[in-house]
Design a protein around this ligand. Structure first.
Ligand SMILES: [Zn+2]
Length: 430
């Protein structure tokens, strides 16, 4: 058994084409919401005595992309309620230079609706995850509202960035590093600490740490992982995570002299996490999930990188076993207790040999797409050595046979030449 990954695992399990996330049961945010709504409906149907919704959030209030007309109607009601009290409030967020591209009318709409939304959340008593769902619904509804006035995608995305900045400054504290997240942070850090001895090759990460260029890129990736915690905006956090992934993809490509695939990224991310052990990492991932504009987590590069990282974290959280690392239980325990260090041959791939074969897949004579493991490589190496040994042994055996035949021949020639007759007396004593 070894670590094996497929990029397909990252997609929403509803096969809608968006990226999924473990925290949404493997769905994307849209399908998760839909699934939850279905579940909610079923529950409502079974509770025949209570027809009124007692749920924390009525999903019919803000509808999804498919039902535009209804969405617009519900939007008007959702945003007009309670607006009287907060309409005089001026937006606190500094307008960005990019905001010049957005019309005054749109700016007012975005700011007003963001701050009305923030005001609404103050009355609710949500768990962080419920809060996150509520925020996603707000963004979806806001995007719909903007689309009725503007169809340029770039302008819409600028408006959404502004809304994100508006609500982040107001509700960041409520959504970041809550009790549960902090427990998850500590748990992840503890698990990583126990695996600090793992080398890239042990998890199948094709990173050549011997190359200075690769080393620098790994350092950059580490810095980006750490900076995720120092930026506040979910978008900035996402960009740092994505930059880390870019560095890793680049170092994979330099290490293997080929273009890496999604299946190469995951093991390399697992190694990066083990190597960095970033603080408050689960809290940051959770904050991004709760507070990001949903579009950034559904499709595109940011979403792909975010969900790859979540998947790598999930892998470590579930616990990496000795079998997955091709180690014996005893070895695993020794390495964990720092009683022994894994040999270099196990820690890093032999890239010099790999590069000699021009393409990295050439030495893995399995499928091109399959990720090899250090153990598999060692086996192949052993097999080669074995074959060499046997061919040498065969040769020696042949040489020995010919040698002994040669000696026999010489002995008989000599004895014939000198015709030494056997001593009869000594053969039959007395
Ligand atoms: Zn989906």
């Amino acid at each position: 058994m070894s670590l094996r990954f497929s990029g397909a695992q990252l997609l929403c399990k509803n096969k809608c084409g968006f990226y999924g996330n473990e925290s949404w049961d493997g769905y994307c945010s849209l399908c998760f919401k839909r699934a939850k709504r279905e579940e909610h409906k079923k529950e409502e149907n079974s509770k025949s005595e209570s027809p009124k919704s007692t749920s924390w959030f009525d999903f019919s209030e803000i509808s999804l992309f498919g039902e535009k007309r209804k969405a617009r109607l519900s939007l008007t009601s959702a945003f007009s309620s309670g607006s009287g009290s907060s309409s005089s409030r001026s937006p606190e967020a500094e307008p960005t230079p990019k905001a010049d591209l957005i019309s005054r009318q749109l700016l007012t709409l975005v700011d007003k609706q963001s701050f009305d939304f923030v005001a609404k959340t103050k009355k609710k008593n949500f768990t962080p995850e419920e809060f996150g769902d509520f925020i996603t619904s707000f963004y979806d509804a806001l995007a719909e509202a903007i689309r009725t006035k503007e169809d340029d995608d770039e302008t819409i995305s600028l408006c959404m960035d502004r809304a994100e900045a508006n609500i982040t400054s107001e509700i960041y504290q409520k959504l970041f590093a809550q009790e549960e997240d902090e427990a998850a942070d500590i748990d992840l850090q503890r698990k990583i600490r126990a695996l600090h001895w793992i080398g890239p090759a042990m998890v199948g990460a094709k990173l050549d740490r011997g190359l200075p260029e690769v080393k620098l890129l790994i350092d950059d990736a580490v810095t980006n992982f750490l900076q995720t915690n120092s930026s506040e905006l979910p978008r900035e956090k996402l960009e740092h995570l994505s930059a880390a992934c870019d560095c890793i993809m680049q170092s994979l490509s330099i290490s293997t002299s080929s273009s890496p695939s999604a299946d190469d990224l995951l093991p390399a991310l697992i190694f990066l996490l083990l190597h960095t052990n970033p603080p408050l990492f689960k809290s940051n991932l959770a904050l991004i999930r709760r507070l990001s504009q949903p579009e950034n987590l559904r499709s595109g590069k940011l979403a792909y990188h975010y969900c790859s990282i979540c998947s790598a974290v999930g892998f470590i959280e579930r616990g990496i076993t000795e079998a997955e690392l091709n180690l014996t239980k005893r070895q695993f325990e020794q390495f964990q207790k720092s009683e022994a260090r894994p040999p270099t041959a196990l820690m890093d791939f032999d890239f010099t040999t790999m590069r000699k074969t021009s393409r990295i897949v050439d030495i893995f004579d399995v499928d091109d797409d399959e990720v090899s493991s250090p153990a598999l490589e060692r086996l192949r190496h052993l097999k080669l050595q074995n074959e060499e040994f046997f061919s040498k042994a065969k040769k020696i055996k042949e040489e020995l046979t010919s040698f002994s035949m040669h000696v026999q021949k010489e002995v008989s020639e000599i004895s014939e030449k000198y015709s030494i007759a056997p001593d009869e007396q000594s053969e039959n004593p007395q």
